[in-house]
Design a protein around this ligand. Structure first.
Ligand code: FES
Length: 84
């Protein structure tokens, strides 16, 4: 049995397995878009290895964090859809 932690994605609680990245947690929870481009287009993780910058989200009120390079922590607050 996997240990679960609680995240808040755009204010809603979700439980995810420990040890996964924020990008994996977003996909696990059905949140497919991470940010918006300056022209308003929805963007999603692409490379999964810290290069493309498309996975940027706000984590615990800190903007522009790479979801694919950040491990989830219990009670983490994640906000998606922020223009960046
Ligand atoms: S998915 Fe490309 S930097 Fe995170």
């Amino acid at each position: 049995m996997k240990n679960l932690i609680t995240l808040y994605i755009n204010g809603s609680p979700f439980q995810v397995p420990t040890g996964i990245t924020v990008a994996a947690a977003l996909a696990h929870c059905g949140v497919l878009h991470t940010r918006r481009s300056v022209s308003g287009e929805s963007r999603s993780p692409l490379c999964g290895m810290g290069i493309c910058q498309e996975c940027r989200v706000t984590i615990n009120q800190s903007p522009h964090q790479l979801a694919c390079q950040t491990e989830c922590a219990d009670q983490m607050q994640i906000q998606t859809g922020v223009p960046a």
